[in-house]
Design a protein around this ligand. Structure first.
Ligand code: C5P
Length: 411
């Protein structure tokens, strides 16, 4: 998630049991660097107290439109003018019904109506029983709110507080925070289809053993998330990693280098950009043993014969699509020494316009990294930062490159 420092979020709570999740959302937004002003409806105060929200946000909570704490007694104007966005979570069925009529008989709805449409976006995270959600009235209201310029986030499916199960649960706090953070990201890759491979591959030796490497997949997943936030349609071919799929990203799970090769070759047909962050194992054992290899009484270690895995990036970058200028390829190079020299040579050898270099032991498994970007003109450094922030910087850099690469070409 991109950090939210400099953002001032008005977090609105309308009445619903999901109010308890707004406490966690508030905490997450603050953790991401945002300042949070909480505004609650009377109904919301039945579910969670303003004291809780005040303690978490570190700011006085507003509930009533008659609150005289603001010098000019116009909280609805003052609060909405200062906001980078208003997020209503939970947005109840009743609250949304109110908004579509432009009603304003409580502070939160008054503030939503009084917000400048151009500069203060409104995001709504609906939460309600499945019948209420699927009711034509609610669906009509969602469509109307969208037409009126609000951003209605989706709902989750699952168990509901009422004991039923279905659509209508509020998204999890982390998902709402992610949606909000994505919302602020400039849509520099809108219209582009991005294929990314990430993580290590695992080359089995027998049913319990295999060859792999130390790649965590974090950089590739962060890139997938940042590209999606920038408006791209993203497909992520992932080796075995313990990472959550970024929201809105299509993930294809593989294990071996050959499987990764096959999936990349298939999906690259529908891609405009290919980013190879995966640490594909260079070799696989020639003869896989269907049974667990046993130690011998003579304690003789087994001898393995290896064969080379296909170089996926090289094959893609030397393929027709890339050569015709219909695909922009980016490689990653993890080295232990002479980073610039090795990464530059790889860029030429693999025929990619951009090679991103990093020092393996200074990135494997870590949450931060430092990158160098090498192209035919020279080198640019992205200083040590979180992988999330680096991914956003890289996506912004990439967007400029692909715009000139595809200039005049219909994708
Ligand atoms: O040759 P080396 O593994 O250092 O090159 C790194 C780049 O090549 C990465 O972008 C990696 O994803 C890609 N690669 C590949 N297939 C391989 C080996 C590396 O696509 N078999």
């Amino acid at each position: 998630m991109k950090d939210l420092s400099q953002k001032h979020i008005v977090l609105g709570l309308s009445g619903g049991i999901a109010c308890y999740k707004a406490a966690e959302l508030c905490r997450l937004l603050m953790k991401a660097g945002a300042s949070v002003q909480v505004v609650m409806t009377e109904a919301a105060t039945q579910f969670i107290t303003p004291v809780t929200m005040q303690a978490l946000s570190g700011q006085e909570v507003f509930v009533s439109q008659w609150d005289d704490r603001q010098a000019n007694n116009m909280a609805h104007i003052n609060l909405s003018r200062q906001a980078s966005a208003i997020v209503v979570a939970p947005a109840s069925a009743d609250f949304m019904a109110k908004l579509i009529h432009g009603r304003a008989d409580d502070l939160l709805s008054l503030m939503c109506l009084a917000r400048p449409l151009e500069s203060t976006p409104l995001l709504l995270a609906p939460a309600m029983n499945k019948e209420m959600w699927s009711h034509p009235a609610t669906q009509r209201n969602v469509a109307q709110l969208t037409q009126d310029g609000a951003f209605v986030l989706g709902v989750a499916q699952g168990d509901q507080a009422c004991g039923e199960s279905g659509d209508g649960r509020m998204l999890e706090p982390m998902e709402i925070a992610q949606e909000l953070s994505d919302f602020f990201v400039p849509k520099l890759l809108r219209g582009y289809r991005v294929l990314i491979n990430a993580g290590p591959t695992f080359e089995p030796i027998d049913p319990v053993r295999g060859l792999t490497n130390l790649s965590s997949g974090k950089m590739g997943f962060a890139l997938a998330s940042a590209a999606k936030a920038a408006g791209a349609q993203v497909t992520l071919v992932s080796g075995p990693v313990h990472l959550q799929t970024p929201r809105g990203v299509q993930r294809i799970q593989v294990q071996t280098g050959l499987q990764m090769h096959q999936q990349v070759m298939q999906h690259v047909k529908e891609a405009d950009i290919f980013i190879a962050t995966a640490a594909v194992a260079d070799w696989r054992v020639k003869a896989y043993s269907a049974h667990k290899l046993k130690k011998t009484p003579e304690h003789r270690a087994p001898q393995f014969e290896f064969e080379e895995n296909p170089d996926i990036l090289s094959e893609v970058a030397h393929g027709d699509k890339a050569l015709k200028g219909d695909l922009f390829c980016v490689g990653f190079s993890a080295e232990t020494h002479d980073l610039l020299k090795h990464a530059s040579e790889k860029r030429v050898r693999k025929k990619v316009p951009l090679m991103v270099g990093n020092v393996g032991p200074l990135t494997f498994g870590l949450d931060d990294n430092e990158l160098i970007l090498i192209d035919d003109k020279g080198v640019k450094t992205l200083e040590r930062d979180s992988k999330e922030n680096l991914a956003h910087l890289l996506v912004a850099d990439l967007a400029e490159r692909v715009q000139s690469f595809f200039k005049g070409k219909k994708r």
